[in-house]
Design a binder for this molecule. Structure first.
Ligand code: ADP
Ligand code: ASP
Ligand code: MG
Length: 450
């Protein structure tokens, strides 16, 4: 069997919707399971609905209009989403008038309507194209998660439950991405962009031959094409390379996507719904060196980063300093991206500051703490790249030449990633400069494509 996941731009634009249906029809002999995101823009709309009580009446009407207009645009009847719209209206009636922002479990239930509506439309589209299909809510199919609303993680039993829940095929299941359900049946979301992760969870549970991520770019590119228009598709990546890129800001894949694929050694293909004939990117366990100069395949960047430095003159000769620092981060569930140490200090970067305040109070008991905000991580990724003599020198010479200061460097910890921290306002300039300076805008050689 094969998983086909379609993102918001694939399911939310009428012209691409038809292409997406054709891709599933073509995959019919391979036992397809479809995963869909909400129509483009819909999750943002629902998040705004949750945040702003004054906008709820208007946004509810906009949500309904958008989906009715879309179904008509793609030649389906409003009847195909009647049940889902009724469910939305019921939730709107029960929580629309609540004061303040909707959070936690209620917010997740609000957000879930985007994927539920989209799955219903997609299943109706497949039916009209002559394929027997059914919309399935992931939680109902067996995707059971913990109860960390907004960032839920699947529980181990979900693999077996999903296998049983989706055993009878066809009809082709059109499963809601992004969603799960707690053991006691409350809907959860896996984090923004989480439909890619859903696709991989399903692929691993069902033993897929391949997980296809259909999006709006021609695969994983040498940089975000919105930042670097001359970015090129990267035909082959290892799991390690793609994971680093996803972790450090390549939004095309949710950072957790590759975990289930790695576990079960399932190839992931990133493909373009708007250009379905292109080869896209194939991500597998095998490490293939890019033959291009510097062996760099892609550059990613992530803004909104905060660096925390803990300095202690007592660190010298002190046992357990690092352990104490990480114990604090661990206890506060703070995810640390980059780490650098010196004789007397340790610096880490974090993305989510929501628990920083509480952690700081404890870190101050260990040493002097400095917090720097408005930073960005830039990751230069390619198998073997960090070990290549001269790469770091070349990168930092390029940056020095345009006056970009580097705040932290992490090299050598990973065999695929040279990453460093710059000021947020320098991030885009840095990616563009390195993309050109490392030769990524040049057409790769034939060997590099092999
Ligand atoms: P979808 O709705 O299909 O899930 P997303 O918007 O989540 O699509 O992800 C696709 C976007 O990711 C692209 O439009 C692009 O701007 C961005 N992106 C960032 N880095 C990369 C990269 N290295 N390769 C491809 N796309 C990237
Ligand atoms: N619709 C969700 C979001 O916008 C999930 C996804 O697109 O992957 O975050
Ligand atoms: Mg996405």
């Amino acid at each position: 069997m094969v998983i086909l996941k379609f993102g918001g731009t694939s399911v939310g634009i009428p012209a691409h919707f038809g292409t997406a249906l054709e891709r599933v029809a073509q995959a019919a002999p391979r036992d397809p399971v479809v995963v869909v995101s909400a129509l483009s823009g819909v999750t943002n709309l629902l998040a705004e609905y949750a945040r702003d009580p004054d906008a709820r009446v208007r946004l509810s009407a906009a949500l309904i209009d958008r989906h009715l207009a879309f179904t008509l645009d793609v030649g389906l009847s409003g009847e195909s989403i009647r049940r889902e719209l009724d469910a939305w209206r019921a939730d709107h009636a029960s929580c629309g008038a609540r004061p303040g922002a909707l959070t936690g479990e209620i917010r997740d239930r609000v957000l879930s309507h985007g994927e539920r509506l989209s799955a219903a439309i997609f299943a109706a589209g497949l039916e009209r194209a002559g394929l027997s299909a059914r919309a399935v809510e992931a939680g109902e199919a067996g995707l059971v998660t913990d109860d960390r609303f907004g960032a839920a993680h699947p529980l181990p039993e979900s693999a077996g439950l999903l296998r049983r829940g989706l055993a009878s095929r066809p009809p082709v299941p059109v499963v809601t991405g992004f969603l799960g359900r707690t053991r006691d049946g409350r809907v959860t979301t896996l984090g923004r962009g989480g439909s890619d992760f859903s696709a991989a969870i399903l692929g691993a549970a069902l033993g897929a031959q391949e997980i296809q991520i259909w999006t709006d770019t021609s695969g994983m590119m040498s940089a975000d094409p919105r930042l670097v228009p001359e970015a090129r598709p990267v035909p082959r990546l290892s799991f390690a390379e793609a994971s680093e890129l996803a972790t450090f800001g390549a939004r095309v894949l949710h950072p957790k996507t590759l975990l289930p694929a790695i576990d079960r050694d399932i190839p992931v293909r990133v493909l373009n719904t708007t250009a379905p004939g292109e080869q896209g990117s194939l991500i597998t366990a095998a490490a293939t060196l890019a033959a291009e100069s510097w062996r760099v395949k892609s550059i990613a960047s992530k803004k909104g980063i905060t660096a925390v430095t803990i300095a202690s003159s007592r660190m010298l000769l002190a046992h357990g300093f690092l352990a104490r620092v990480f114990e604090v981060f661990g206890r506060h569930h703070m995810i640390v991206d980059l780490v650098t140490t010196s004789e007397v200090s340790i610096s880490v970067t974090i993305e989510d500051e929501s628990r920083l305040e509480a952690a700081l109070a404890e870190l101050e008991g260990i040493g002097r703490v400095e917090v720097r905000r408005h930073l960005a991580v830039v990751a230069v990724v390619g198998e073997g790249a960090p070990q290549r003599i001269g790469l770091a020198g070349h990168v930092f010479t390029l940056l020095g030449g345009v006056g970009v200061g580097v705040e932290m460097i992490s090299q050598g910890a990973s065999r695929v990633n040279l990453s460093f921290v710059v000021r947020e306002e320098d991030a885009e300039k840095t990616v563009r400069l390195l993309h050109r300076g490392l030769g990524l805008d040049v057409e790769p050689t034939v060997e590099a494509r092999a």
